[in-house]
Write a protein that binds this ligand. Sequence first.
Ligand SMILES: Cc1cc2nc3c(=O)[nH]c(=O)nc-3n(C[C@H](O)[C@H](O)[C@H](O)COP(=O)(O)OP(=O)(O)OC[C@H]3O[C@@H](n4cnc5c(N)ncnc54)[C@H](O)[C@@H]3O)c2cc1C
Length: 739
Amino acid sequence: MRKSELPPRTDLILLGGGHSHLFVLERLAMRPPPATRITLVTRDLHTPYSGMLPGYVAGHYAFDDAHIDLLPLARRAGARVIHAEACGLDADRRQLAIAGRPPLGYDLLSINIGSRPTFAAEVEADPRQFAVKPVDRFIEAWQRLECRLRDDAGEIRVAIVGAGAGGVELALALDHRARHLDGRRGQLRIVLCNDREQILASHNPRVRRIFERILRQRGIELRHRFRALEFGDAELRDESGHAIAADAVIWVTHASPAPWLRESGLELDDAGFVRVAPTLQSLSHAEVFAAGDIAAVAGYPRPKSGVFAVRQGLPLARNLRRVVEGRSPLEFRPQRQFLSLISTGDRYAVASRGRWAFAGRWWWRLKDRIDRKFVRRFGELPPMAGDDEAAPDLAPMRCGGCGSKLGSGILEPVLTRIADETGLDLRGGFAYADDAALVKVPEGAALIQTVDHFSSFVDDPYTFGRIAANHALGDLYAMGVPPHSALVSVSVAFGGERQQADDLYLLLSGIVATLRANETRLLGGHSGEAAQMSCGLSVNGFAEPLMLWRKSGLEPGDALLLTKPLGSGMLFAADMRGRARGDWIDRALASMLQGNREAMRRLRRFDVRACTDVTGFGLAGHLFEMARASGVAAEVVLPALPLLAGAAELAATGLVSSLQPQNLRLRHQIDDPAGLAADPRYPLLFDPQTAGGLLAGVPAAQAAEAVATLRAAGFTQATVVARAVAAESPDWSLRLVSA
Ligand SMILES: Cc1cc2nc3c(=O)[nH]c(=O)nc-3n(C[C@H](O)[C@H](O)[C@H](O)COP(=O)(O)OP(=O)(O)OC[C@H]3O[C@@H](n4cnc5c(N)ncnc54)[C@H](O)[C@@H]3O)c2cc1C
C-alpha cells in the first residue's frame, strides 16, 4: 500500500520556515515519522539566512546565496506546503488562523516564526521606512533604496534605528554598497541611532571600540540615547522631540513577537514570546512546541540570535518525533556563550566571544565559509526516494461504491460551517432535500454545460479547490458565456474523521470562494473518499446560441492571442520530483488562480472570431483544434510564447509532464521550415496546462489594442502567439515561424 493511502493519525503543523524547522524538515525527510501528516505553513517560500543579509546588502551575495528554498526540502520531508501567513491561534481549540483563507486544525504544532523589530508593523504602509524583518519586504524596500542611490542626483539621508549587531552590520554594508555605486557614497548620509549609551550593548568593550573606530572612519554618524518614535516630514523624532533629518529609515530595533500570540491562550513571557520548557514544549499546552526567536526557554534566558534557533533545530526534531511516537520529550540546555562574527561590510569581520575580540579578513572568510555551508546543507539535496518506499503502517481496508461516500458525521458539520461563514446554504444538494438540482433556462437561451475532473496536484486543499473551480469555469469563459451555477463532486484522501473533515472544509471553501468571485451558485454535489484527493465540477451557463464563441470561425490573417503564460504542466512535474524552485511554483499558482472572467469581458469588446482555453492538450493541441475546425492553418511565433518563470530552464533539462508524450503525437502536423524545434520553447507547445489562459482569434487590425486591454486588466503576459493562414497542404496545420 502506498504511503498516501495510509490513514494519517497525527496532524503536525510546522509554522514558519525558520532555522530550527530546516533541521526538522531534514530529519523528517531522513526518517518519516509513523502515521503523521506534516504541513508546513510559511509566509516565505525562500527563507532568508539572516547572517548573510548584510553581505547581500553589501553586494557580496546574490539572493539565492542567502536564501534557502523550502519547497524542495518540504517535498523530501513529505510535507504539504501552505504558503500563507498565520494571523491567529486558538491553542485551546487547536486552530491556526491563516490570513485570507480558512483556519487549519492540528494535533501537534511547532512554532518557528522568528521575530520582527519593534515598530515593524507600524511602518509597513510607508515606503520611505522599513524594518529589517520580514526579510522579503526588507529586500524589496532595499532594492528601491538602492535604485534611488543609483539614480537620484541629490543627497540621501538614511537613518538606521538600532545599534545592535544587526544595525551596525547593516550601516556598514550600506556604506560599502554606496562606495561601489560609482562614487555615490558622497551623496549618502548614514546616521545610526540607538536608545542606549553605546553601540553593541551585548558585546564586550573591545568589540565596541573596534566598531566605533570603523564607523567613524567610514563617516557613519552615531546618535546615542535617541529612542526613535516616529518618522514624518523628513524627520525621525524621539520621545523628547529631538530630530534627525532623514529621507529613509531602516528599523533594526529589539526583537518583538507576533502580536496575535497575545490572544492565543499560550503562556507567554512579559514581552509576548512563547514560554517553553527546556524540552521546547509550551508551558501551557503540551501539544505546542516553539523554537528560535519566538521561544523563551524557562530557566535559560538567551539573546534573540540565529545561533540558538540553529542549535535548537535537532533537539526540536527529536522531540517532535518522540511525541508522535508517544514518548516524553527530552530537555535541551543551550550554551551560555557563543562566537559572534560581525561583518564590517568590506569582507572583514570582528569575532566576539565573552571578553575577547579579534578582527581581520580571516574572520570574514570563516564566517563566509560557515554561512555558505549552512545554506548548501539545505539547498543541495539528495534525489528523492521512490514512491514504492516501504509503508511504515498498515491501513484498514476501505470500501468502494456507495461505501466510499463520506459519512454524514463528516459532511454535515462541514457544510454547516461553510454555510455559517458564507451565508450560502449548500446542504440542499449535498446531504438531504431533493435528489437533483433544478435550473430554469431563460426563454430564448440555450443551456451551456461543461464538466472537468482532477486529482490533486497541489497539497493544499484550499488552493486546489480554487484552481479546480477556475479551470472548470474556463470552459464557459472560452465560449464567452458567464457561468450561472455549478455542481461539484469531491473526494478527500483516506484518513481519520477529523482530518477528512478538515480537508473537505478547506477544499469546499476554496471551490465556494472561487465560484462566489465568479458570481456562480453552487447547487449541490457529492462527496466521497479515495486514495487521493480529487475534485470535479460541472458548470452551467445560459447564452443565446448566436452569441457563443466557438473553436471554428478563424479567417486567414487573424491574430491569435494567448492571455496567460505556459509551463504549468512542466513546473508541477518538476515539483513532484522536488526539482522546482519555490518562487517558480508560487508564480505558477498565482497564474492558475487568475480567473479568465475579466479576460472574457475585455475580449467581448473586440470581434472575437474563435476562442478556446488552453488546457490538457497544450497550446499546440488546442490551436490545432481551432485551425482544423476553422478550415485554416496557423503560424506559431515560437519566440513570442509567454512562459512562466522556470519553464524555459526546466524545458532545457528535458523534464516533462506525464501527459506530454501523448500531446507530442501532434508533431507530424507541424511544419518547421526554419528548424525551430531546437528552440527551448518548443517542448512548451505540448505542455498540458491547468487553469490555462484563453486563446482567442481576432482580426489582425484589433490585435494590438486587444493585447493592451488584456494587459491593463492584469493579464500582463498576454500576447499574440500565432496567426491564421490559408491551409496550403494536408500535411501540416501548424507551422513554426520566428516572427
Ligand atoms: C541584519 C541581521 C543580521 C543578523 N545576523 C545574525 C548572525 O550573523 N548570527 C545570528 O546568530 N543571528 C543573526 N541575526 C539574528 C537572527 O536573524 C535571528 O535570531 C534568527 O533569524 C531567528 O531565527 P528563527 O529560526 O527564530 O526565525 P527566522 O529565521 O526569522 O524565520 C522565521 C520564518 O518564519 C516565517 N514566518 C514568520 N511569521 C510567520 C507567520 N505569521 N506565518 C507563517 N510563517 C511565518 C518567516 O517567513 C521565516 O521563514 C541577525 C539579524 C539581523 C536583523
